[in-house]
Design a protein around this ligand. Structure first.
Ligand SMILES: N[C@@H](CCC(=O)N[C@@H](CS)C(=O)NCC(=O)O)C(=O)O
Length: 220
């Protein structure tokens, strides 16, 4: 029986949308990408707010379920489609899941705050012809540097963040790290650290992420 593809609403250029796309591709789950014209404010329209009450992308729909928050959506995809694609992406036992969750949280709470400011300031502000805030940039570079020092130590102990296998924890970092390295000239933050540089090389060359980058390039 053919299953209806899940729906992801939002542009692939959005970091949060691309996190969900990478997860769907890793899990080999068919999806339909529904465009949302953010320049026209479609993400603030009453219909969109019914599926994403904060007026942000992505919004996600599977059969009768709708969800928001990219990391929660990724966990749902991994649980619901446990037997598809990369079966270990969210671990296969409570301890593995807790370890992955720990690093997904580290991404959301420690890595994302400074890196998303840097991505906006360094990659998006120039495209949107907005003035960059140099003091905000230096403050957040210093914050991210400290976070990556913790990662350097961790990645000296294990190949990936949550252990020896690539997981949702690593995947969650791809969207912001990609812009920092490829659109914000901040690759050195990663490559100057032996273990972080090795990890970045490995996670960013996964086929799933390359497909997301192709989708981003096709949408510009
Ligand atoms: N924590 C949310 C963040 C979503 C988010 O910030 N989306 C951005 C694009 S990456 C957005 O919709 N920005 C427009 C706005 O906030 O009005 C998630 O991970 O889904």
């Amino acid at each position: 029986m053919a299953t209806t593809p899940v729906k992801v609403h939002g542009p692939p250029l959005s970091t949060a949308v691309s996190r969900v796309l990478a997860c769907l591709i890793e899990k080999d789950v068919p999806f339909q990408l529904i465009p949302v014209n953010m320049a026209k404010g479609e993400h603030k329209s009453p219909d969109f707010l019914k599926i994403q009450p904060f007026g942000q992308v992505p919004a996600f729909q599977d059969e009768t379920t709708s969800l928001f928050e990219s990391r929660a959506i990724c966990r749902y995809i991994c649980e619901k489609y446990a037997e598809k694609g990369n079966k270990g992406l969210y671990g296969t036992n409570p301890l593995a899941k807790a370890s992955i969750d720990q690093w997904v949280e580290a991404e959301g709470q420690s890595f994302n705050p400074p890196s998303s400011v840097l991505v906006f300031q360094l990659a998006f502000a120039p495209r949107m012809k907005l003035k960059q805030d140099q003091s905000l940039i230096s403050q957040n570079e210093a914050k991210l540097e400290k976070v990556l020092e913790v990662y350097e130590k961790r990645l000296g102990e294990s190949r990936f963040l949550a252990g020896d296998e690539f997981s949702l924890a690593d995947l969650s970092h791809l969207p912001n790290a990609h812009y920092l390295v490829n659109a914000a000239d901040r690759g050195e933050l990663f490559t100057s650290k032996e273990n972080v540089g090795r990890w970045w090389g490995e996670i960013s060359s996964r086929d799933s992420w390359k497909k997301v980058v192709d989708m981003q390039n096709q949408s510009t």
